[in-house]
Design a protein around this ligand. Structure first.
Ligand code: SF4
Ligand code: SF4
Length: 480
């Protein structure tokens, strides 16, 4: 059960949160006073993994816009050209289907990972976590460890404090603006952006997004930090719907840890649990919660409290894992270590995984085998069927031919579907690489060849160099 930090998962007498009603006789304010969290540095397996994800996501994010693919940027959402370049792929607005599939896959993957091991995304890959981690690292580097930062913030302003704070905010701003600039580099070719830096000759929306996204990064990672996870992120609120008692969660083992008590050399430890109430797990927590109060919705699953507590257990020569990844059922002793993985790989997870794999394979197959040609036909509505020379009825169409490949192509256009149809002009159209062409097509049929009314016909558009690159486009022919 996920709580709001007022309850514990199991042992109720572990709850030492003061009750404001009991203590004061009145309800507390609706708004809690914000307390700055001075996160203590911690080392360990989970922290290393967090940093691996920080590096991996940031190398990807900052690096991708600089990668070239032939003559162009490898990954570019070209808003002016209305094309999305993804290495060898060129996607058009008509391919928005793939974007929808990508969103479905992402949402589905989030459900799956959450059902397996809780908020893995939040703890390791969410931009808020990643940028907060980077900003915090800079803060620690400039201002020192937790006690030094607390002391510095309490101290009155002096030359050193002013210098340190100014450098810190200048570096945060630099990173933030570079983040905004990089984001824009996914939508405007990076070489154009770089060329504009000297003259500050950016377009209006480019300036807006550099400063908006940059400012957002500065505000969120520098100031709001855990408050975004606690109060603004909707995922924190609905994650519990995806949890079940076999979901892996980071939790404190009260059976082993309680009764907690400060470590004293000559104390009878047999009467005490393993928790020495050192508060390290709280001090390393980036959202400032006490994991010993049970699983709380604020917990982003970063694992810092596991590393912190493991360090303490190592010093006390006790086994690690007083705070660890486990499930509610395992913690309650419903199964042992031997059955652990069979509960992780339970039917729900296997079904989710199979469905996700199927969607990915189907989307990948559709993408790889898609025909690099799109067409769109519009009947000229101002001129329905009209009589022309030679005793014929003519219908006029506009055919848009979109060559989605990265090579110039010539296409042959023919008409079919009814007897006696004839295409009078534009039976060939030449297009450059990833180019759109619009042609006017005039289709004629002898009077009397078709009955009065609407008849289905089609245009065949076939590439001269590769007959497999072809589209069969349906439309109607009106006989007055
Ligand atoms: S770090 Fe471990 S020993 Fe220290 S208070 Fe937290 S749970 Fe107890
Ligand atoms: S309780 Fe532990 S896992 Fe949760 S946010 Fe705090 S440090 Fe991270």
């Amino acid at each position: 059960m996920i709580t709001n930090g007022e309850q514990k998962m199991s042992d109720p007498h572990e709850n030492n949160t003061p009750d404001p009603v009991a203590e004061t006789g009145t309800l507390g304010s609706l708004y809690e006073k914000h307390k700055t969290i001075y996160v203590r540095t911690v080392k360990g397996w989970w922290t290393s993994w967090r940093w691996i994800f920080v590096w991996a996501t940031q190398i990807l994010f900052y690096g991708l816009p600089w990668v070239q693919w032939g003559e162009r940027q490898a990954v570019l959402f070209h808003l002016v050209e209305r094309k999305f370049y993804l290495f060898g792929l060129v996607l058009w607005p008509q391919d928005a289907f793939y974007l929808a599939v990508l969103l479905i896959i992402s949402a589905y993957a989030l459900f799956l990972f959450t059902a397996v091991a809780g908020r893995l995304f939040c703890g390791y890959a969410c931009p808020q976590t990643v940028y907060t981690e980077i900003f915090l690292w800079l803060e620690k580097w400039l201002e020192g460890e937790r006690p030094a930062r607390i002391k510095l913030d309490k101290a009155p302003m002096n030359a050193r404090k002013l210098r340190v704070k100014t450098i810190k905010h200048a570096l945060w701003l630099l990173i933030s603006l570079w983040t905004g600039f990089t984001l824009v580099g996914y939508f405007t070719p990076m070489h154009e952006l770089i060329a504009s830096i000297g003259t500050f000759n950016f377009g209006g929306w480019e300036i807006f997004w550099i400063f908006f996204y940059g400012g957002f990064t500065y505000l969120m990672a520098g100031f709001l930090r855990e408050q975004l996870c606690k109060f603004m992120c909707p995922y924190a609120r609905f994650q519990s719907a995806m949890f079940d008692p076999d979901t892996l969660i980071i939790t404190y083992d009260p059976k082993r840890g309680e009764p907690r008590g400060a470590f004293r050399k000559n104390a009878d430890r047999a009467q005490q649990g393993d928790c020495v109430d050192c508060n390290i797990c709280v001090q390393v927590c980036p959202v400032g919660i006490d994991i010993r109060k049970g699983l709380q919705y604020e917990c982003i699953g970063c694992g810092a409290c596991i590393d912190g507590c493991d360090e303490v257990m190592d010093k006390l020569a006790k086994p690690r894992g007083l705070v660890r990844y486990t499930s509610e059922n395992a913690l309650a002793g419903k199964y042992g270590r031997g059955d652990f993985w069979s509960h992780v790989l339970r039917p729900r997870i296997l079904i989710y995984s199979a469905l996700l794999t199927l969607i990915i394979i189907a989307a990948g197959w559709s993408l790889v085998t898609r025909v690099p040609l799109r067409t769109d036909v519009i009947r000229d509505r101002s001129v329905l069927g009209r009589e022309v020379k030679g005793g014929k009825i003519e219908n006029v169409y506009t055919l848009k031919v979109m060559n989605v490949s990265e090579q110039a192509r010539t296409f042959v256009i023919s008409v079919g579907g009814q007897e006696g149809l004839e295409l009078t002009e534009n039976t060939r159209v030449e297009t450059g690489a990833t180019e759109n062409r619009e042609v006017t097509l005039s289709v004629q049929a002898p009077i009397g060849a078709l009955s009065q009314g609407s008849h289905q016909i089609f245009f065949d558009v076939v590439a001269v160099d590769d007959p497999a690159v072809a589209v069969h486009e349906k439309t109607t022919f009106l006989m007055p």
